[in-house]
Design a protein around this ligand. Structure first.
Ligand code: F6P
Ligand code: MG
Length: 442
């Protein structure tokens, strides 16, 4: 039941997978070291300092283990998912090394190994090594955050279906480009690049629309238009600005009556630097309600603050009323593609089937949907997500900015057209191009 094409591997010299393994992952671990060193320095608890220093040494060992292309070893902690991880390692990756394994699995494995170091301590069990990075990047999004908050009341006022479609079209694109803020790709993108992609002005969106290589926005509207009090699930990606815009879209779905319930599916452990864990949402709400959180707050108007406070309080009330459910599942932090959803997490598969629409955010979710394979670029999306998800599941849409090689659904000739002016690395991996791919499943 595997796709007929090879999955990407770090052993393919010169590929983005290889670049990640040799260059990007060590930087990601170095950033963890920098933040943890500061936290250890700050701590006055002797036991915490001692454990913290041991973790720092172990991260250096982990980096060396990767660079030396050692064989993957079992996970050595006692968490809910430990046995699952070790079963996957034994069944599918026995004898595999850091470079020879499939890139998707190995990358997930790196985050799981990092997590093990914290879980095996007493004082750092709950420590999120990416928390500081998540917060500081969110701060950098302040202009777009306030712009959207001020705009929101006009977006949810009563309107005709035609007007609603215009609002939907804009919100979907904002939600799509919000995925450009992925902190694990910060090693490639400048802050300026990210700000440009986050901008929410109409003409910028129109400009960016040209870089949506597969555009099912209208097809998706046909589905969303038909919803009355439905259930919409987000398989979330990143914290900070991305989840802020996910909340904006969720809010609009609830306010317009399209949905009566929205479910946010989160990660269980610190994951790919910036991914959302349930605890990140209350942190985000508190940040938005703290008038001193964002830089330049001295110059913000009373209207700005009030707009953001109104919005945030409404979001909090959704959580309290059960209209917005924030939950996690260990399946999202396995190293396996989503082709394994039905066999590895049958109860989750059945539960998600009851949703009217699943919105998969971001690059990693997309890679997992497609088995991270080197598909011919014109392969239909329905084929690439596998039979179970393609035909036995529910409606799904992927909102993804392209940050890895794998891609499907392109019209014939588009790849060749693109490559007259840009390199494959640019359109496939830079995060400046995107896809919106929808599959309906009755
Ligand atoms: O490092 C690999 C990768 O999956 C990239 O494809 C991407 O940069 C990042 O990690 C995750 O991106 P996202 O947050 O959009 O899932
Ligand atoms: Mg992410």
């Amino acid at each position: 039941n595997n796709p007929p094409f090879p999955a990407y591997r770090g052993s393919d010299k010169g590929s983005f997978a290889w670049d990640s393994t040799v260059r990007r992952w060590p930087i990601i671990l170095d950033n963890v070291i920098i933040d943890l060193e500061k936290a250890v320095e700050k701590s006055t608890d002797e036991a915490a300092r001692k454990e913290g220093k041991a973790i720092l040494n172990a991260i250096v060992d982990l980096k060396n283990e990767m660079a030396a292309d050692k064989a993957l070893r079992p996970i050595a902690d006692k968490e809910d998912d430990t046995a699952d991880w070790n079963r996957h390692l034994a069944n599918y990756f026995s004898g595999t090394t850091w470079f020879s394994g499939t890139w998707l699995f190995i990358e997930c494995y790196m985050y799981r190994r990092l997590h093990e170091l914290f879980r095996n301590t007493t004082c750092w069990r709950q420590y999120d090594p990416f928390n500081e990075q998540k917060l500081s990047t969110f701060k950098g999004s302040h202009n777009s955050v306030f712009d959207l908050a001020r705009k929101m009341p006009t977006l949810i006022q009563p309107m005709t279906e035609e007007q609603q479609e215009i609002v939907y079209d804009e919100l979907i694109q904002i939600c799509l480009w919000g995925n450009a803020t992925d902190l694990s790709l910060l090693t490639n993108m400048t802050e300026e690049d990210i700000k440009k992609l986050q901008a929410i002005e109409k003409d910028k969106l129109a400009e960016q629309k040209k870089r949506i290589l597969v555009d099912d926005i209208e097809k998706l509207w046909e589905k969303i238009k038909s919803l009355k009090g439905g259930r919409v699930d987000f398989i979330l990606d990143n914290s900070g600005f991305e989840v802020y815009v996910d909340l904006v879209l969720a809010d609009w779905l609830l306010q317009s009556g399209k949905a009566s319930k929205v479910v946010f599916n989160c990660k269980t452990i610190p994951w790919f630097v910036s991914d959302v864990m349930p605890k990140d949402l209350p942190i985000l709400f508190d940040s938005c309600l703290d008038r001193k959180f964002f830089p330049g707050h001295e110059n913000r108007s009373e209207e700005d603050f009030e707009a953001l406070e109104t919005l945030t309080k409404r979001w909090k009330s959704y959580v309290d009323d059960g209209k917005l459910i924030v939950r996690e599942h260990k399946f999202w932090c396995y190293g396996l593609p989503y082709w394994y959803l039905k066999s590895e997490a049958p109860e989750l598969f059945d539960e998600l089937r009851q949703s009217d629409l699943l919105i998969f955010k971001g690059d990693l979710n997309f890679r997992k949907l497609l088995f991270d394979c080197d598909w011919p670029v014109t392969t239909p999306f329905k084929t690439a997500i596998g039979k179970e998800m393609g035909t036995e599941f529910t409606n799904i849409v992927s909102l993804r900015t392209n940050k890895a090689d794998t891609i499907v659904g392109l019209r014939a000739g588009l790849k060749e057209e693109l490559e007259k002016t840009v390199t494959p690395l640019e359109w496939r991996c830079s995060g400046k191009y995107a896809v919106v791919q929808y599959n309906s499943c009755p």
